[in-house]
Design a protein around this ligand. Structure first.
Ligand code: MRU
Length: 370
């Protein structure tokens, strides 16, 4: 996507040979400052994922894949296998909920089996690039498939914009490019279909306010930021045509883990007969799980993300502000699970399917025995 007239992916390398360096966009300073950072070591990559300089399921996976390349380049000659195993273990434990992380590491592990030294560096680089390119390509295709859903609403309401509600950030910042939930929005906007997005602020880290609103502004897509609790009211008053969210892990039966608060939106959508879609690339499925509420691990993060809000002061300085009595404890679950029965459909790179085992396997028949 374009930032200040330049095309950016969220992760890329510059330079060649030993001078080649991995870069990311630091998402913790957005929307107020656009900052690019270099990642030089496996510890840098782990911090980038854990501290959410990069975040979002697809981007976490791609970053971990590039982290394996960095591990291969920096592994000591006498302990290549041990170093690689420890590095992959460190990367795996940075964040527990998104499937894409373990998926990307598994791909790298298979690609590197039996290799070491220069050959391993070359193969790890090629695999990381392939994972990143595939992520961008799959997200572009999600946009094409989701476009037909938006088009269909637009045809029924030619007199006004299509109102889409989204939660958190599942735009290009959450992937390598394009995004999942926002990819159909960009495709519709670029096709000249009038769209308008209700952007949930998404407490506690406010990815909607800081990232989704920023992305949509850069692209010129009309949107309004709303308090997290406003969605149900808007749905009751016919102000939402569709909800589209991303996902961090989806079970083989269609239960979807996504940013905390998504489940409440799905309940409100169900009650108001508003179609609720989840957009995801295949790297987000976990075909080993059936019951998402019971089995998807939910990350619990630092309580200060709930107690402290950061933003720009009137003087233009970034500040952290405590919003509760200093002695008040908090709990901070980062994700929740929306059961498949509340999901109208899954928008994937292979098309749109019913959120059920049969629906998913109709698009991914090769996973029947996975
Ligand atoms: O904690 P984050 O910001 O990494 O959470 C991920 C998300 O942004 C959302 O849950 C998103 O909708 C799915 S990731 C494509």
């Amino acid at each position: 996507m374009n930032v200040n007239g330049r095309h950016y992916r969220t992760i890329w390398t510059e330079g060649e040979g030993e001078g080649e360096t991995l870069f990311i966009i630091d998402q913790t300073t957005l929307p107020h400052e656009f900052r690019v950072r270099a990642l030089q070591s496996v510890d840098d990559v782990c911090s980038a994922i854990r501290d959410m300089w990069v975040r979002g399921a697809g981007l976490i996976g791609a970053t971990a894949a590039w982290g394996v390349w960095i591990a291969a380049r920096t592994a000591p000659a006498g302990d290549f296998c041990g170093f690689m195993t420890r590095s992959m273990d460190k990367l795996r434990t940075t964040r527990p909920t998104a499937s894409n992380l373990a998926w990307a590491l598994e791909r790298q592990k298979k690609a590197l089996a039996g290799l070491s030294g220069e050959e391993a560096v070359r193969v790890a680089r090629a695999e990381a690039q392939a994972i990143a390119d595939e992520d961008a390509d799959f997200c572009r295709r999600i946009g094409e498939h989701g476009l037909s859903i938006i088009k269909e609403v637009a045809e029924r309401h030619p007199d006004r914009a299509v109102n889409i509600l989204t939660h958190c950030n599942a735009g290009w910042l959450a992937f390598v490019d394009y995004g999942s939930a926002l990819s159909p929005v960009y495709a519709a906007f670029d096709a000249g279909i009038p769209v308008h997005v209700w952007v949930d602020e998404t407490r506690p880290r406010n990815q909607g306010a800081s990232l989704t609103a920023w992305e949509l502004s850069r692209h010129g897509v009309p949107h309004d930021l709303i308090a997290d609790n406003a969605g149900g009211h808007l749905m009751q008053h016919g102000m939402v045509d569709l909800v589209i969210t991303g996902a961090d892990r989806v079970t083989r039966c269609g239960d979807a883990a996504n940013k905390i608060g998504t489940y409440l939106k799905a309940l409100a959508a169900f009650d108001n007969k508003v179609p609720f879609y989840v957009a995801l690339p295949s790297s987000t499925y976990d075909f080993t799980l059936r019951d998402g509420v019971r089995d998807i691990p939910i990350e619990e993060r630092n309580a200060d993300e709930v107690r402290v809000v950061s933003g720009l002061s009137k003087g233009g300085k970034r500040e952290d502000v405590l919003i509760c009595p200093p002695e008040t404890p908090a709990r901070n679950w980062a994700f929740d699970v929306t059961p498949s029965r509340l999901i109208t459909g899954l928008i994937t790179e292979r098309g749109v399917c019913h959120a059920s085992e049969n629906g998913i396997l109709s698009l991914y028949p090769e996973r029947r025995n996975a």
